[in-house]
Write a protein that binds this ligand. Structure first.
Ligand code: 9Z3
Length: 334
């Protein structure tokens, strides 16, 4: 039976959607997702929803200023490539202009496109040192295009993100255990309800600026309990203090009852992460994190040595581990 706290939490998600308007492009976006999911179901492919990049919280209706969450989109874009390689169809829901699968190798800041081309009169050629990687990336990209296994769509605000996540998860419902949710986007915990937003640019001249934000509803709860049917749900926990990773991940699992929390610390996230899972069924909730029973959880650290292999991407190992776990999960349903 649901506790009062559970009812309050799910009510607040309902309240959110009852009071905050959907993004104007939602309907058209979902029609395209529907078509994509239908094709993947016909091809009997597993589908993973990858969320990637940071959400914004606009401070004005005619937005000049906004709060942003840190994320370049590397984790999501890189993981999407490895999921595609593993035979998954990928819905890549990302922050507009953040990194994307394949094109991420030629990001404007770290590997600018113009720098790997040479020009001679009217001929353009790719520098020879750049060719092997470009050939590999292009081949993988063309293969995915031909197979039609990647569908990308964008969000900007936390409101766009929440509406899209709810709508897409409902489209994935019929896939049952063949759907995976890989929630790598960095999502704001706070937002400014539309009803409290200033219409025009907030004016200076009145001293300091005070803004009171409301808490974004804990969206994992309705995702786990209502929007999906047995989808395999992976959330990420970002901390700047390593000591908090495991307690926070355990608390999230006890609260929402999903399958995996991947803990990552801001500065070490590119070479170590920890998978935290329930050891056996849904762990009981506790008043505070210290009271959670450690025997109810299992932890697995994944580490790579960038000094030995600087080209190695930890997402390769993260995805391999999840594909293995998802396989077991999907097979269990029978
Ligand atoms: C993550 O923890 C991602 O791994 C990163 C990836 C944002 C660190 P980059 O795109 O960074 O490679 O630059 N994502 C989840 C962050 C988040 O908002 N988690 C919430 C929390 O920690 C829970 S869903 O409370």
């Amino acid at each position: 039976m649901a506790s009062d706290e559970d009812q309050a939490a799910s009510f607040s998600a309902e309240q959110y959607f009852a009071t905050q308007p959907p993004p104007p492009s939602l309907e058209a976006d979902i029609v395209r997702v529907q078509e994509f999911v239908l094709r993947q179901r016909a091809a009997k492919r597993k589908v993973v929803l990858v969320t990637s990049g940071g959400t914004t919280v606009p401070l004005e209706l005619n937005v000049v200023r906004f709060l942003d969450n840190f994320s370049a989109g590397t984790r999501g874009a890189t993981s999407a490539e490895y999921f595609l390689k593993a035979g998954y169809a990928v819905i890549f829901m990302h922050r507009q202009f953040s990194l994307q699968p394949f094109s991420r190798h030629y990001s404007h800041s770290t590997h600018p496109f113009l720098d790997f081309l040479d020009v001679d009169a009217e001929y353009i050629e790719v520098k020879s040192a750049e060719r092997p990687q470009l050939i590999e990336v292009l081949k993988a990209y063309k293969q995915v295009q031909k197979a039609g296994t990647l569908h990308s769509l964008t969000f900007v605000t936390v409101n766009d993100y929440l509406w899209l996540l709810r709508a897409i998860s409902k489209e994935l419902y019929p896939l049952g255990r063949n759907a995976m949710f890989y929630l790598a986007a960095a999502v704001s915990d706070f937002f400014l309800p539309r009803q409290k937003m200033s219409e025009h640019k907030i004016q200076s001249g009145k001293g300091s600026l005070h803004i009171e934000m409301d808490q974004v509803p804990k969206i994992l709860k309705p995702l786990v309990e209502e929007w999906t049917r047995e989808g395999y749900i992976v959330s990420f926990k970002l901390e700047t203090d390593n000591a908090l990773l495991i307690p926070k991940a355990r608390a999230a699992l006890a609260r929402y009852g999903h399958q995996v929390v991947i803990g990552n610390e801001l500065h070490t996230r590119k070479y170590q992460v920890v998978f935290v899972s329930p050891a056996n069924g849904k762990p009981a909730q506790a008043e505070n994190e210290e009271e959670l029973d450690p025997s109810k959880f299992s932890e697995t650290w994944l580490r790579i040595d960038l000094a030995v292999n600087p080209a190695k991407e930890i997402e390769e190992d993260i995805v391999a581990e999840l594909v293995r776990r998802h396989q077991t999960w999907a097979a269990d349903s029978s």
